[in-house]
Design a protein around this ligand. Sequence first.
Ligand code: ATP
Ligand code: MG
Length: 656
Amino acid sequence: MANIESVLQETRVFPPSAAFQAQANVSGMASHQALTARAAADYEGFWADMARAGISWKKDFSKILDESNAPFYKWFYDGELNVSYNCLDRHLPEKADKTALIFEADDGAVRRVTYQALYNQVCAFANGLKSRGVQKGDRVIIYMPMGVEAVVAMQACARIGAIHSVVFGGFSAKSLHERIRDAGARLVVTADGSIRGGKMLPLKSAVDAAIALGDCECVEAVVVYRRSGDDTAWNAARDIWWHDLVNGMAQTCEPEWVNAEHPLFILYTSGSTGHPKGVQHSSGGYLLGAILSMQWVFDARPDTDVFWCTADVGWITGHSYVVYGPLALGMTEVIFEGVPTYPDAGRFWKMIQDHQVTTFYTAPTAIRSLIKLGSDLPRQYDLSSLRLLGTVGEPINPEAWMWYYEAVGQSRCPIADTWWQTETGSHMIAPLPGAVATKPGSCTLPLPGIMADVVDEHGGSVPLGQGGYLVIKRPFPSLLRSLWGDPERFRKTYFPAELGGKTYLAGDSAHRDADGYYWIMGRIDDVLNVSGHRLGTMEIESALAANPRVAEAAVVGKPHDIKGEAVVAFVVLKGARASGDEAKKIVAELRDWVGKEIGPIAKPDEIRFGDNLPKTRSGKIMRRLLRAIARGEEITQDVSTLENPAILEQLKEAVR
Ligand code: ATP
Ligand code: MG
C-alpha cells in the first residue's frame, strides 16, 4: 500500500499572546518541552507523578505500568480510589457552596447546583441504586436527556462501582436494545421524555420497545426521571420513578473503593464505521487523562473559569469534559439541554454572554451550521468573558477555524483543536494554549507523554510531509482497556500484528509538517485512490469549504475505469440549494477552485448539492452512506436516526 499524499497548504500561524502565555498553567514552549522530555526520560515516573498530583487515592499505588500481557495494559494497578470521591467529596471542605453545575433548560430556565447539593443528590441516587440490588461491577444503562440527573446517575454509578453505559437519547430502540444486551445491563435509567428545540421526544417508550425486542431478561428495573410530563406506559413490577426511588434515601453514601483498573464505564463508539464497539475504560488511568487534559489543554483555572462543553453525555466528550474532568477539578460548568439553533442561531452566544463562559468547547459541525445560519450573529453578543475555545469530533476546516477565531474569539482566544477518540478517553494531540502556536486545521502537537507517530503499513515512521497511519507507540493511562466482552476484537482492531502488536492504531490518517505539527487527513477507511494517488478526504473537503459559496462539503470515491477512483463531492451551499443551469455553473466554478487550491488531481469528477449532509447522531458526516449513494448502491445502513432522511433523495441526484 502506498503512502497518503498531502496536497493542502496552510501557512497561517497564531502564537499565544503574551497575556495568555503569562497566566497559563503551562507557559511557553520551554515548559512544554520540559514536560515532554521528562516523559521521554522516565516514562513511568512521569505518569506516576502526575497520578499522585492529580488524583486523591484511598490507597497509594506502588506499581505503575504492567506490560506483561500486552496489549492488555494496566496502570497504577495496586492503587485504590473512587472517581466520584475525586469529583465531589474532596471539594466539600472548601467548595460546598460553590456552583458545580449551571443547567440551562431548552426553554431557557436556569438551575444552579452547588457541590454540596450535587453530592447529596449523587449519594441519594447511589443509595437508591443499591436498594434495587445494584452492586459493584453491575452494568447500568443510562438513556437520558442532557441534564443534571444524567450527571447524577453517572456519578452515582461511579460511587458504588457500578459500570455505566450511557446511550445517547437520540438513538433508536433497536440501537438501545443492542447495547442493553451487549452490556448485560441490570438496570436502565431513563426519563419519560426529553425536550429539545421546543419538541418533546419520548425516551421511556423506546426503553419499553427495546426490552420488548427480547433477550433483555438481565434488566431488573427501569428508573424513570420525570422530565416531559408525558403519559408513559407503566410496568409496575419493573418501572420506578426516580423521585420515588430517592425518596427517604440518605444523602450520604460511603464510596466503594475500587482498584485503579476497575472499569468505570463502557461507551459504545458513535458508529461512523460499522458495528458499535463497547469501549471499556478504567477508573484511575481514565480519570488521570481527564484531569491532565483539563489542566493542560483547557488551561483550567478552577477558581475563576466558567467551563462549557456543549457535548451530550452520550458521547465520550460529555464523559470526559462534562461529567468527570471539570468536576474532578472543582470547576463551575454549564450544561445545556437544548440545541444551538433554538430559539435561534444565537443561542450559544447568548448563553456565553449570560453565564460569563470563559472556556467554550464544541464541534466543527456545530460551528459550520452556525456560520451558515448567521455568520455575524456572534458579534451581537458580549463575548468578552471568553478566553479559550476548543473543537473536537472531526477535522475542522481552516475556514471554519478562522471564523471561530475571529467572530467568536474576537482574534483574542486561542483555539484548541483536540484530536482524540472514544478509545483514548482524553485529548491526545492538541495545543497547550499558553505554549503552542496554532495553525488553522492542525491539532498541533501530542500532549506530553503521548508517543504519537505517523507510520507506513510496516510501522516505520514516514518522513515529515508524507501522510500515513496515525499511531501511538506506547500505552498511556487513559487508553481503553478492552472492548466489552470481545478482547480479540480489541487486539485485532487497535493493536494489529502488522505493526508489532503493541502499537495503538487509531484508524485515522495524518501527516506532519516541517514543524512536526499533526494534520488529520481523514479516516483510513475513507482514503481515496485517484490515479495511483492516495488522498485523504479532509483536504479536498477543506478546499471546497474555503470557497465563499460553500457551507460544508463531504468527499468520497467511486470506481472509475481509468483513474481507479473518481472524486465525488457532496456540497451544501451557504444560500439555497442550486439547481439547473445555476448548478452547472457552480459545479464548473468549484472544480476550477479545487484545481487551483490543491491541484488537478483532486478536482471532483462529480459534484452534488443538498440542503444538508447525512450525519451520525453526534454530528459526524456519514461518508459510508455517501459512498453508497455515489455508487448508486442500495442503502443498507440504518438511516432511521438521520435528522432529515429526505436529503438522501436530493443527494442521489447528479447535476446534469
Ligand atoms: P466509530 O469508531 O464507531 O466509527 P467515531 O470514530 O466517529 O465512531 P469517536 O470516538 O467519537 O467515534 O470519534 C473519534 C474520531 O473522530 C477520530 O478517530 C477522528 O476520525 C475524528 N476526530 C475527532 N476529533 C478530531 C479532530 N480534532 N480532528 C480531526 N479528527 C477528529
Ligand atoms: Mg472511531
